[in-house]
Design a protein around this ligand. Structure first.
Ligand SMILES: *[C@@H]1O[C@H](CO)[C@@H](O)[C@H](O)[C@H]1NC(C)=O
Ligand SMILES: *[C@@H]1O[C@H](CO)[C@@H](O)[C@H](O)[C@H]1NC(C)=O
Ligand SMILES: *[C@@H]1O[C@H](CO)[C@@H](O)[C@H](O)[C@H]1NC(C)=O
Ligand SMILES: *[C@@H]1O[C@H](CO)[C@@H](O)[C@H](O)[C@H]1NC(C)=O
Ligand SMILES: *[C@@H]1O[C@H](CO)[C@@H](O)[C@H](O)[C@H]1NC(C)=O
Ligand SMILES: *[C@@H]1O[C@H](CO)[C@@H](O)[C@H](O)[C@H]1NC(C)=O
Ligand SMILES: *[C@@H]1O[C@H](CO)[C@@H](O)[C@H](O)[C@H]1NC(C)=O
Ligand SMILES: *[C@@H]1O[C@H](CO)[C@@H](O)[C@H](O)[C@H]1NC(C)=O
Ligand SMILES: *[C@@H]1O[C@H](CO)[C@@H](O)[C@H](O)[C@H]1NC(C)=O
Length: 723
């Protein structure tokens, strides 16, 4: 009970600062959920408790993860289903923007709404646990699963992760933060050990988990890799000491699929559920089940520990009100045609479309955009990424190919598109009969592409870069990308089109950074970064190209000018040492004075914003200090738009931090000519560093600075303060 009481304070403080008064559909507090769970688990036998921690029937029943159901007392078989962007292996669902693209909207409300609609869809199909969000940090630009998470900055990951969790769980579904931890590349993910110093662990990789735990996340998934030569799913330090100790996580830890490697060490280190249950997927043996019951009877695991495991699982279930009228599970991954037709899409396509537009990052524009249909007779669309290829993404299982337009990458983090609006379709439906569209979707003949470009007023050249999970190999890429160049002959197509036409606009669908050797070519008049936007791809793009939506997306990662400017790349090794420490992403570029091509936080608009001087106020002291920085932003252009003011903090030099770190941002909508005040607040969380001597967060003493601007390199004003 002592533990529960301390938790109440955390939850109370959190609710008080962030949310309105709870309504009956809001998740229960952990304390209330634990009361109910203690009651139920108190009636269970050892074998029953063990059974609800054990996955079963992998690929022989409805969901990707299923626990045993028990009777007297009754507890249902929990259905756990992929993935971070929507329901995998199901029909009549929404396949919206991927995590990385949600992040590039920098729009907290939209990210919350995205979480909520996903939660509603998972609940509608009777799924108890959504296997997302992913907060694997973008450490290496070529890592395969960076598109599932929220980019290179822990603060942005923390905000996006938290908003997603609050959305999903507010709809009644348990969210799963994953993959805990240091699963930052696909190569050797099941055969490598990561070595990360304690400070980097806390400040960079743990940060998003800490924020999601504060927000009440119900589940955390431990990863495939080892940490200091101990499997993530049997690591006492990361699970018991840090997650359940320091962070006071009250939910349960489940294994990644097949990432459990023992009974006693795993359970005693903090693993609460094994998924999908089997030792080797499909073998019908398990480290839990009878093995766990035996371990209790042998005295290697205490029954209290098994009670704790079961209680955590049952508490998360009660927390989301899943005991009340929860829909029957109607997904069926064994035989989709046997799944009843349950419609859950509602009007979620609207958010997908607007978020796709809001997440589009305009990287270059000399004024050619937005396009005006009345000044164009002929528009050329070049590159298979614009095409309506019938053998496109949905023709390949788990999107494991690179055909047609990329609106999602590959692996378990995918869903099947219910439909996919291609760029060609989106643009065609926007321009109607006003503009003639000519196309060349064959990527491997640059001469022919140039010929098509020559016949048009404006040539839109499409290219992409894809990646995914290591169990699928696409064009020789084993999950991670073999290079950070465009696929499908993209560079050659762009160069050829720019030789033939002075008005080239490049559109890129990419999982992460790519090299752009042609970017300074004056005939390349605009570059539009569309990310991985989901089912409304072409509509979102047309909204931006024709000015129906004024772009406000910002890069959630750094795009380097030269490949060697990145300090970390995927390596084929069995020991991964995080020697760059805190210098991840823009922290590295700033610390080493390297000019990026497009910096973290960058993105253009069709209007202009001016920033006033920053006003700073400090009140309280010690751990209670609150620093507020406010700035007035004015839309000085002549069209309405949204700006994303960003606040970065510099720590005292003695703290040994990188030059600056994101600690606040807001998206504000401003009519032409109008202005608005934005206030950023920094407290203990934002102003602390991890002190390795005391093993605590401490606010260092000395001179800090706050920098407010439109990107990490476009700082409009800085003010220093001393603590
Ligand atoms: C637990 O699961 C095992 C394996 O399927 C089953 O044989 C047993 O009946 C279950 N026990 C209880 C109490 O649910
Ligand atoms: C539900 O999905 C199935 C399979 O894709 C499709 O045939 C059916 O038309 C969908 N139902 C509705 C109402 O959209
Ligand atoms: C696992 O059990 C299922 C169902 O009884 C059976 O079909 C399957 O062949 C078993 N797998 C192995 C590897 O024995
Ligand atoms: C128990 O675990 C061992 C490995 O430690 C495994 O060989 C055995 O098959 C498991 N037993 C059951 C019933 O799954
Ligand atoms: C799936 O279910 C349908 C309808 O019950 C059935 O006709 C079909 O044979 C099943 N397919 C498989 C692979 O079991
Ligand atoms: C899909 O793409 C793969 C390579 O990614 C290629 O081998 C295959 O032929 C393509 N399929 C179709 C039907 O075009
Ligand atoms: C990069 O990888 C893609 C996809 O495999 C390939 O098409 C392309 O040729 C590669 N580019 C370079 C410069 O190696
Ligand atoms: C990594 O190296 C091993 C051993 O040389 C090789 O077998 C494997 O294919 C490599 N993996 C990748 C993804 O390149
Ligand atoms: C500008 O802002 C003011 C005050 O916030 C508001 O009253 C006014 O309607 C706004 N003007 C426009 C054009 O939106």
């Amino acid at each position: 009970m002592r533990v529960v009481a301390s938790l109440l304070i955390t939850a109370g403080a959190f609710l008080g600062s962030c949310l309105a008064a709870p309504t009956s559909s809001d998740p229960l507090t952990w304390e209330a959920a634990y009361q109910k769970a203690n009651d139920l688990v108190g009636q269970m036998s050892l074998e029953q408790k063990v059974n609800i921690t054990t996955g079963t029937k992998w690929r022989r029943t409805k969901c990707v993860g299923n626990t045993y159901a028990i009777t007297e007392p009754d507890f249902p078989s929990l259905c756990l289903q992929d993935g971070p962007l929507g329901i995998r292996f199901a029909d009549n669902i929404t396949a919206g923007v991927a995590g990385i693209t949600a992040a590039s909207s920098w729009d907290k409300q939209a990210i919350r709404d995205r979480g909520r609609y996903m939660g509603q869809e998972f609940k509608g199909k009777g799924i108890h646990v959504q296997l997302g969000p992913s907060v694997d940090l973008l450490r290496a630009p070529d890592a395969g699963r960076i598109w599932e998470g929220f980019g290179e900055d822990p603060y942005l990951q923390g905000i996006a992760g938290t908003e997603t969790v609050l959305g999903i769980q507010g709809a009644g579904v348990v969210a799963t933060a994953k993959h805990y931890i240091f699963n930052n590349q696909e190569t050797n993910r099941k055969a490598s050990t990561s070595t990360v110093d304690e400070r980097t662990f806390h400040e960079i990789y743990l940060w998003p988990y800490a924020r999601m735990v504060e927000a009440g996340v119900g589940a955390v998934m431990c990863s495939y890799n080892e940490i200091d030569s101990i499997w993530a799913c049997e690591n006492e330090y990361t699970m018991n000491t840090v997650l359940k100790g320091e962070l006071d996580f009250k939910g349960y830890v489940m294994s990644d699929w097949g990432a459990t490697h023992s009974t006693v060490p795993a359970v005693n280190a903090g693993l609460d559920m094994t998924m999908p249950g089997d030792i080797i997927m499909g073998d019908n043996y398990t480290y839990f089940g009878q093995n766990l019951t035996d371990a209790v009877q042998n005295g290697d695991v205490t029954e209290e520990r098994v009670t704790d495991m079961a209680t955590r699982i049952v508490a998360a279930y009660y927390k989301m009100h899943q005991d009340k009228d929860y829909p029957e599970t109607t997904v069926n991954m064994v035989n989709r045609t046997e799944a009843p037709e349950v419609l859950v899409q509602a009007d979620h396509h609207k958010l997908v479309r607007s978020m796709g537009a809001a997440a589009t990052v305009l990287l270059k524009n000399d004024g050619v955009l937005p396009l005006k249909t009345d000044s164009i007779d002929t528009l050329a669309l070049i590159g298979s990424d614009a095409s309506d290829d019938p053998n496109g993404p949905n023709s390949c299982v788990s999107r494991g190919c690179s055909n047609g337009t990329i609106a999602m990458a590959w692996g378990s983090g995918t869903a099947d598109f219910p439909y996919l609006i291609t760029p060609h379709q989106g643009i065609q439906s926007r321009v109607g009969d006003d503009v003639e569209i000519i196309t060349n979707f064959w990527d491997w003949d640059a001469e022919a592409a140039a010929e098509t470009a020559r016949q048009a007023n404006v040539a839109l050249v499409f290219s992409n870069a894809d990646s995914g999970e290591e169990h699928i190999i696409v064009d020789g890429n084993v999950g991670d990308r073999n290079n950070i160049s465009l696929w499908h002959n993209g560079d050659a197509l762009i160069e050829a089109a720019a030789e033939a036409n002075e008005n080239v606009i490049v559109i890129i669908h990419s999982v992460g950074p790519v090299l752009m050797p042609w970017v300074d070519n004056p005939h390349v008049r605009a570059v539009v970064w569309s990310g991985v936007p989901g089912q409304e791809s072409g509509n979102s793009l047309a909204d931006v190209l024709f000015g129906d939506y004024n772009p406000s997306g910002r890069l959630p990662y750094t795009i380097a000018r030269n490949e060697e400017d990145y300090n970390v790349r995927v390596i084929n090794a069995t020991t991964l040492e995080y020697t760059e420490k805190l210098e991840v992403g823009y922290r590295h570029f700033d610390a080493n004075d390297i000019e990026p091509l497009f910096e973290f936080g960058f993105g253009l608009s069709y209007t202009k914003f001016d920033y006033s001087k920053v006003k700073l106020h400090t009140k309280g002291h010690g751990d209670k200090v609150r620093v507020t920085a406010s700035v007035e932003v004015t839309n000085t252009g002549d069209v309405d738009g949204a700006e994303i003011p960003q606040a970065y903090i510099s720590f005292p030099e003695s703290a040994g931090e990188p030059p600056k770190q994101l600690r606040g941002f807001e998206k504000i909508h401003l009519k032409a000519g109008n202005k608005s005040k934005v206030t950023f607040e920094f407290g203990k969380t934002e102003l602390s560093i991890w002190d390795v001597d005391s093993h605590e967060w401490v606010i260092p003493s000395g001179e800090f600075a706050v920098h407010v601007g439109a990107s990490s390199r476009d700082i409009r004003d800085s003010v220093s303060f001393t603590l």
